[in-house]
Design a protein around this ligand. Structure first.
Ligand code: SAM
Length: 362
């Protein structure tokens, strides 16, 4: 039995090559000349809960993702990203009396919302999903029949101004999904170097003005004006970015990069994919919904490495029967939300669902 979940995920290396903006249609999109930036709403303009809209999340690719799991009534399933439970509830609907669903989330509000489920077949775990294999082993679960990951952040996280994910509101600069641990973006900015900050913004935000932005942020800090709010950060970034994409706030890419960095989102995913492979029983399904190309690349490459085991040079003298056999097979092609879903929920527009099935090969 594997013990001791690593509750402090490893430090994020800055190694990624690019991180397209979630709202950018293309990295080569037409750039606009600098224009005045939309003013952030003061936090006092929001409702009493500090949210700008209902505390709800519209589940993306709900039917497609749950269908992809091919739920067996007596199976054991994992929802690695509970959020507000849209996918979890649908999985529970398809499970029989002996089926089980174990859900993970590192956001305490997601954990709180799961209390409403009240189903003995369901268990909610407060953990980052890279702790999945160890947590399941602690529960005596070594194999499962399906795992779903719906990556990124939920609408309640974005829309709760006090979480600091959005430049639309002026709020403390936090951006942690798990507010019980880890450093906030304000902490990171207070302690990092200009070079490291520039690398984070460039690599995780694919921001062409990363150097200028990092310089402006560090100058502000070193001039005695600590950057502690989203409004301050958005303003400093806007002052450093001279051209940006139509309809996009100049701070979009910087906010995305800092969020990915402090939450170690890519490292989490890289650590979790091999665990999914180890956990899936033969014919077990993995379904992953990504929202930007860096995530999707990790998922795609991992699945490809399990599917294409024949990476030997052409004419290599080996019998076909002696070739390593695939540990996974692709199930269908990638699935994206249709026009109807995107219209109803614009936040779904960049979603990509990949599905793979575990083979018998150990
Ligand atoms: C897009 S939402 C999931 C929404 C969910 N499928 C639903 O229908 O309500 C992503 C959720 O995953 C959580 N999350 C993201 N990365 C995580 C990680 N590495 N470990 C655990 N939870 C994570 C976030 O806190 C957020 O609640």
């Amino acid at each position: 039995m594997i013990k001791g979940v690593n509750s402090t995920p490893p430090k994020a290396p800055v190694s990624a090559k690019s991180a397209p903006s979630e709202s950018a249609s293309s990295k080569d999109a037409l750039l606009l000349e600098k224009r005045p930036v939309e003013v952030s709403a003061p936090i006092s303009n929001l409702n009493s809960e500090g949210t700008s809209s209902a505390n709800t999340h519209i589940t993306v690719l709900l039917d497609e993702a749950v269908h992809a799991l091919a739920v067996k009534p007596d199976g054991i399933y994992v929802d690695g990203t509970f959020g507000r439970g849209g996918h979890s509830k649908k999985i529970l609907e398809q499970l029989g009396a002996n089926g089980r669903l174990i859900a993970f989330d590192r956001d305490l509000k997601a954990i709180e919302s799961a209390k409403a489920i009240g189903d003995l077949r369901f268990c909610m775990v407060h953990s980052h999903f890279a702790g999945m294999q160890a947590k399941l082993a602690d529960m005596g679960i070594l194999k499962v029949d399906g795992i779903l990951l719906d990556l990124g952040i939920s609408s309640p996280q974005i829309d709760d101004a006090s979480r600091g994910f959005s430049f639309r509101y002026d709020a403390p600069l936090d951006m942690r999904m798990d507010q019980s641990s880890g450093q906030t973006v304000a902490d990171f900015i207070a302690n990092t170097t200009e070079q490291h900050l520039g690398e984070v913004i460039k690599n995780y935000g694919e921001e062409r003005f990363a150097k200028q932005i990092a310089r402006a942020i560090i100058k502000e800090r070193n001039d005695g004006r600590a950057i502690t709010t989203t409004g301050q950060l958005a303003k400093v970034v806007a002052g450093a970015v001279t051209r940006f994409e139509p309809g996009q706030n100049p701070a979009t890419r910087t906010f995305q990069a800092l969020r990915i960095y402090v939450n170690q989102e890519l490292e989490e995913l890289s650590l979790t994919m091999p665990q999914c492979l180890a956990l899936l029983a033969p014919k077990g399904r993995l379904a992953v919904i990504s929202f930007h190309s860096l995530e999707d690349r990790i998922v795609k490459q991992f699945i490809r490495d399990q599917v294409n085991t024949d990476n030997l040079p052409a004419n290599f003298p080996v019998r076909a029967a002696d070739l390593p056999q695939p540990k996974m097979v692709n199930v269908g092609k990638t699935i994206k939300p249709g026009a109807k879903e995107v219209k109803a929920n614009p936040r779904s527009r960049s979603a990509v669902l990949r599905v793979a099935e575990r083979t018998q090969v150990a």
